[in-house]
Design a protein around this ligand. Structure first.
Ligand SMILES: *Cc1c(COP(=O)(O)O)cnc(C)c1O
Length: 363
């Protein structure tokens, strides 16, 4: 790789953005109450619906994904929500639920393990009057993707009245998550993960059921009030001033995504993840993530060889690349290689080749 000023990012967000997508942000401003903006909005909305596999709606928010975690709780829960927590980002949703003054019930799952339908079933048998559950599909701190389709099937079968809220921030667009088919109620994501747009936008598919519920929930606030968002969505615009520059980047990147083809895109992510796991196994590393539930977008490798992760990253930086250390307490015990968005197999080979070089020098 050519030595460049900014390293190529193998971190789980922000990720690399194509130069022309970056440049799309530099176009002159337009008023947001203009036909030009409405057509930009409508173009983004229609493409996003394809990615979410929904015919319902996708809200575009000028906030990061955490804002929509809050929106889900404020709009969809009067009182009681169950938060399944198998990592740092799920814990954030629990904190958000408490911060919104809800009766949040935290169900802990060991870090590195998936949230399984059995776990969900057990918890819901135990608690009455649960209005919604929150699940992080792809726990970025542990590299685990939970079996969302199975959980959704259980919910629709056994707990049809409980809303399903999903954080797919770090997996969205890296694999198929069919929102309508699975009967999900809310699924949110951020711009700076697999979508490969700069940070500052987030998106949520929201079901008709959630909108109906929101009409009865007090204290929805205003900025994240789905009823306000819906009113403006109907006119292909937003209530507050939108992040116009970011939406131009979004619109262009969505064209790239749809041009690659969704199936090809999903297969590429599986291949990149598979390549990373094969490399780890060959080198004698174990995976931190539970077998059978490895993430397609971020691999969390257990540092079983006790390498100096900081030293490795220094070595990589000198070669124009960077990976992530373990999250929080997992620092040094794990390291994370993100392979989401515009990463190609050649990029992956270059990274893993450089790590091999480092291991040969230091082991
Ligand atoms: C990055 C991340 C978040 C936080 O998203 P922001 O856009 O930084 O608010 C939430 N959940 C998961 C799984 C993430 O990876």
């Amino acid at each position: 790789m050519k030595k460049q000023k900014h390293p190529f990012l193998f971190i789980p967000g922000p990720v690399n953005v194509r130069p022309d997508v970056l440049e799309a942000q530099a176009e002159a401003m337009i008023g947001h109450r203009s036909a030009d903006f409405e057509s930009l909005f409508a173009a983004c909305e229609n493409k996003l619906k394809k990615l979410f596999f929904t015919g319902q709606r996708v809200y575009i928010s000028a906030s990061s994904g955490s804002g929509l975690q809050e929106a889900a709780i404020r709009n969809g829960v009067h009182k009681r929500v169950v938060n399944f927590v198998a990592g740092a980002f799920a814990d954030r949703w629990y904190q958000v639920s408490m911060g919104c003054g809800k009766e949040a019930i935290k169900v802990d799952v060991e870090w590195g393990r998936a949230v399984k339908p059995e776990t969900v079933d057990q918890a819901l048998q135990q608690y009455d009057d649960v209005e919604a559950i929150t699940i992080v599909h792809n726990e970025t701190s542990t590299g685990v993707a939970s079996p969302l389709g199975e959980i959704a099937a259980l919910m629709r079968e056994k707990y049809p009245d409980i809303l399903i809220f999903v954080d797919a921030v770090s997996s969205f667009s890296g694999l198929k998550l069919p929102f309508d088919e699975w009967g999900l109620d809310l699924m949110l994501t951020s711009s700076q993960k697999a979508l490969s747009i700069p940070p500052g936008l987030s998106f949520a598919a929201v079901s008709d059921r959630v909108l109906e519920k929101a009409k009865t929930v007090e204290g929805r606030g205003w900025y994240f009030d789905f009823l306000v968002m819906e009113k403006y969505l109907q006119r292909s615009t937003t209530a507050a001033t939108p992040a116009i520059s970011l939406m131009r980047a979004l619109n262009l990147e969505l064209d790239y995504i749809l041009a690659e083809g969704l199936d090809a895109r999903f297969a590429r992510h599986q291949a990149l993840a598979g390549r990373t796991r094969d490399w780890a196994a060959k080198r004698g590393f174990a995976m931190f993530s539970e077998e059978g539930y490895h993430s397609p977008t971020v691999s969390c490798v257990a540092n079983t060889l006790k390498i100096d992760v900081g030293g490795l990253n220094q070595f990589l930086r000198e070669r124009g690349m960077v990976i992530s250390n373990g999250y929080g307490n997992l620092k040094g015990q794990t390291f994370r290689i993100a392979h989401m968005g515009i990463v190609t197999m050649e990029d992956m080979d270059r990274l893993l080749g450089a790590i091999d070089e480092y291991l040969e020098q230091t082991q």
